[in-house]
Ligand binder design. Structure first.
Ligand code: PLP
Length: 398
């Protein structure tokens, strides 16, 4: 690994990983779960950030890998997660990996009808366990948490439509398959504690009505990480415990946090490369891109910090538009109001808490994936070198 002693030598743009922060998040969530649930599992959501070095950290700190496609499933295996430590969700399973996962003891949550058909191809010599995903309409279950009217979901089987009953019947007709778990993931925009209580109330009534004898309840993800003004892991876990009927507290409780584990573990740093002035505005061009820190282009603000050279600054008499390297007109990150210090080439801007849904969602547009450094005290070592034409040409015929 290339190691650098000075922040100023970091090749920008770059992500910077603080391993300690990720471990603090894992341990925080784990001790909250351990305080009330003798059986519990953290399944780290791989899609939230699949950087291999990060997957190794989460593996070494006891998390399972929660995967939602056969690519992620194969990545988890390649990273050394044994099948018993993989949670396989989502509609993009392949039949081959689906059957292999069930046979090998992974937690597999059935998401659609074709998977129920695939179960018929399991060997008949043994009994295999599977889970099933229940459909959750946020507007119906917890209206205060809806992101829009009729905040419905494409995933899982609906209780109200009768599909859940039908799907469970089909599974129960198979003599070599046992329904051992329920999966109730839904990501509320609010990430509120109340939402999880409401989902638990809704689902446990169905479990009791159907008389299901389960081993686990997978509550999914969607939690806040450690932030002063937000609910703590313990508050979420207390709410699970107090909402669950005593007879269901014995289940193995699974959570699938992504954001809560990785968001705060990554910074992004970019550098100002040029400044122009026209149309009564100052245009600040950087070597970073909004694709890297806000790939949905939804954020209106960032946790950011300026590292400016200490030469004298004039006050800008115009707004400064800080923008990215891409040739997209809309690759603009934020504006600084009139009266701010003028930015200059060589200044750096650091974005904090950008570990979730950034690196896995950025496109290979104009610029390849940037360097990722691991920070330990004031040393920086490269854990993923920026992609180049080599990776772009791989698998192509030309
Ligand atoms: C995306 C996803 C998660 C993780 O959600 P976060 O908001 O990152 O915690 C967990 N489970 C499933 C099934 C998901 O699709």
């Amino acid at each position: 690994m290339d190691t650098i002693n000075k922040f100023s030598s970091i090749h920008t743009p770059a992500f910077i990983l603080d391993e300690k922060e990720v471990v603090r998040n894992i341990n925080g969530f784990k001790s909250a779960l351990d305080s009330l649930f003798p059986q519990n599992i953290i399944g780290y959501s791989v899609k939230t950030n699949s950087l291999p070095y990060l997957l190794r950290i989460v593996k070494e700190h006891g998390c399972n890998a929660e995967v939602v496609s056969y690519h992620e499933y194969q990545l988890a295996l390649a990273m050394g997660f044994p099948l018993e430590r993989i949670i396989y969700n989502g509609p993009l399973k392949s039949k081959e990996t689906f059957l292999e996962a069930i046979k090998g003891g992974a937690i597999v949550n059935i998401e659609n009808w074709r998977e129920i058909e695939w179960l018929k191809d399991l060997p008949k010599d043994k009994k295999y366990g599977v889970g099933i995903r229940i459909n959750v309409n946020i507007s119906a279950v917890s209206p205060e948490d809806e992101a829009c009217p009729d905040d419905d979901s494409r995933f899982g089987f609906s209780y109200e439509s009768g599909d859940l009953r039908k799907a469970i019947n089909k599974i129960q007709q198979l003599s070599n398959v046992r329904l051992m778990g329920i999966h109730s993931h839904r990501e509320p925009k609010t990430r509120s504690v109340k939402f999880y209580s409401r989902v638990i109330e809704y689902v446990q009534n169905i479990i009791l009505e159907y008389g299901l004898q389960l081993d686990y309840w997978d509550l999914g993800g969607g939690f806040f990480g450690i932030m002063p003004s937000k609910p703590s892991y313990q508050e979420y876990v207390d709410a699970f415990y107090h909402t669950l009927r005593p007879e269901l507290r014995k289940l193995c409780i699974i959570v699938e946090p992504g954001n809560a584990i990785v968001a705060s573990g990554f910074d992004y740093v970019m550098e100002v490369i040029d400044v122009k002035e026209h149309d009564n505005k100052i245009y600040v061009c950087t070597d970073g891109t909004r694709n890297d820190v806000d790939p949905f282009f939804h954020k209106s603000n960032y946790f950011k910090e300026f590292l400016v050279n200490d030469n004298e600054r004039s006050i800008a008499d115009k707004i400064q538009i800080v923008s990215g390297l891409s040739c997209l007109e809309y690759d603009r990150l934020f504006e600084l109001p009139t009266g701010s210090n003028r930015l200059q080439a060589g200044d750096r801007i650091i974005f904090h808490r950008v570990g979730a849904y950034t690196m896995t969602l950025s496109p290979l547009f104009i610029h390849c994936f940037p360097n990722v450094y691991l920070q330990k005290e004031d040393k920086y070592s490269l854990v993923r070198k920026e992609w180049s034409e080599k990776q772009l040409l791989e698998n192509s015929i030309y």
